[in-house]
Structures are given as structure tokens and as C-alpha cells.
Design a binder for this molecule. Structure first.
Ligand code: PEP
Length: 251
């Protein structure tokens, strides 16, 4: 499982360039050479700066938090896959629930973005997950299954093997409520089975499936101890080395 593991921080719209630099350097200084891949999901204005830092340290990578699906043109405020690739950006987080909720992104659009990112050589971190009412109605596997089908099933196997999946139940993001380790494991196992059915066991067993939703130092070890939980996509707790380093070390 170790080659599947990853601790990815999603800084969202937090940190100035000076704060982001101090954060990345603080994590690297305290975590040392990690036993897992560590990814900093930095604001767009900091991507090149964080790339410069991570490039000097084995195991550390940088992710954009979004990307436009067109190649170029009149899309004020947007960044293309080619721009990110030219800047050496390693990963891009796509389909985060905040992008879905506040910017109307759906799985068809996210699928287009995934294909563009892959074509440019950027590795997508694809986010999926159900809202609270869906979980309460017991429809979470159906909804997440549909998201995955729409966003990923039309990929070629050689594309799919480059995709990282992040299961993020929306009710657990930024709420302080975490899925129980068993809830996370059940969904991760379901997702891996869906990937196996579509792409085969080999690809499914190599796919990194992260859990996201109020991961903290206090719960990371138990969550990451589940067989199909390969690490975390971490929001709030990735904003300080004090919290993020123990999460990295839990892997
Ligand atoms: C996220 O935004 O991807 C996330 C999981 O946030 P938090 O860890 O703060 O719940």
C-alpha cells in the first residue's frame, strides 16, 4: 500500500505568499523526507514559489486548486492546463465540493478538466462525495458511484492510472465532523470496487484513494489505518505545520 499513500493539503483561499512560503518550509523542516507523497494545494499566485521549494525536497509536490477546461482565450481570471504544466505544477485538485457548490461545476465538466490536465502531464486529484441528506437517506453509494462513473469511466486505462481520487463527504468538510474510520473504509472499498469493475483489479489496487473531511492529528492514524484509505486531503489542518506534520507522520 505504501506507494499509494499521500498527504495532500488544500490551503483554499488562505495564506499570503509570505505565509505560504513559511508554511511549506515549516512542514518540510519538521517532517523531513516523508514516507509518503506530500502535496501542497496552494493558491494560484503562490504555485511557482511553492514549486521552487518542493522541487528541492524529495517527496514534496505542489497542486493547483482548480484549472479551466479550455486551452486558451477570453476566460478572464482563469488558468489553463498548459500554463500549469509550463510552471511545473505536479497535481491539480478537480471537483472539490466548494467548486461544485459555489461555481456550479458538475461531473461532465470535471471529466473534461481531468482529460485536459492529463494531456498536459498534470495529475488530477478528483474529489467526490455526498451531501448530508443523501447520506441520511442511505443513497451515498449510489450518488458517489454516479459521480465516479460520469467523471472517470470514459477514461482510457492509461489515463485512469494517473488519477488520484479523494472521497470527501460534504457533511464532513470544514465542519469538525469526521466520517468514522468504518464509514470511510466502506466507501473507499466501494470506490475501489467500481474502479476494478471498469478498469480491472490491477489499476484499482494501484489507485490512491484519499479521505477528506476534518482530518486532524487526533483522527488521522485511525482513518489511515483502514485498508482502503491511502491518506488524506486535508483542509483546515494543513494550514499549520503543527497540525499537518503529525498527519503526514500518521502515514
Ligand atoms: C477539504 O477542503 O478538502 C477538506 C477536507 O477540508 P477540512 O479538512 O477542513 O474538512
Amino acid at each position: 500500500m505504501s506507494n499509494r499513500t499521500m498527504a495532500a493539503g488544500n490551503w483554499k483561499m488562505n495564506t499570503t505568499p509570505a505565509e505560504g512560503k513559511a508554511l511549506a518550509e515549516g512542514v518540510i523542516a519538521n517532517a523531513g523526507t516523508p514516507a509518503t507523497k506530500v502535496v501542497f494545494g496552494a493558491p494560484a499566485i503562490q504555485l511557482m514559489q511553492i514549486k521552487e521549494i518542493t522541487a528541492q525536497h524529495e517527496g514534496y509536490y505542489v497542486a493547483a486548486q482548480n484549472m479551466h477546461h479550455e486551452d486558451k482565450g477570453a476566460y478572464t481570471g482563469e488558468l489553463s492546463a498548459a500554463m500549469l504544466a509550463a510552471a511545473g505544477i505536479d497535481y491539480v485538485i478537480l471537483g472539490h465540493s466548494e467548486r461544485r457548490d459555489y461555481f456550479g461545476e458538475d461531473d461532465d465538466l470535471i471529466n473534461t478538466k481531468i482529460i485536459k490536465a492529463l494531456a498536459a502531464g498534470i495529475l488530477p486529484i478528483y474529489c467526490c462525495g455526498e451531501k448530508l441528506d443523501i447520506r441520511e437517506a442511505g443513497n451515498h453509494e449510489m450518488i458517489v458511484g454516479k459521480q465516479i462513473e460520469q467523471a472517470l469511466f470514459c477514461l482510457e486505462p492509461e489515463q485512469m492510472e494517473k488519477v488520484v481520487i479523494a472521497y470527501e463527504p460534504v457533511w464532513a468538510i470544514g465542519t469538525g465532523v469526521t466520517a468514522s474510520p468504518q464509514q470511510a473504509q466502506d466507501m473507499h472499498q466501494f470506490i475501489r470496487t467500481q474502479i476494478a469493475n471498469q478498469f480491472g483489479e490491477g489499476i484499482a489496487n494501484n489507485t490512491t484513494i484519499l479521505y477528506g473531511g476534518s482530518v486532524k492529528p487526533a483522527n488521522a492514524e485511525e482513518l489511515f489505518g483502514m485498508p482502503d484509505v491511502d491518506g488524506g486531503l486535508v483542509g483546515g489542518a494543513s494550514l499549520s505545520a503543527e497540525n499537518f506534520v503529525p498527519i503526514i507522520k500518521a502515514l
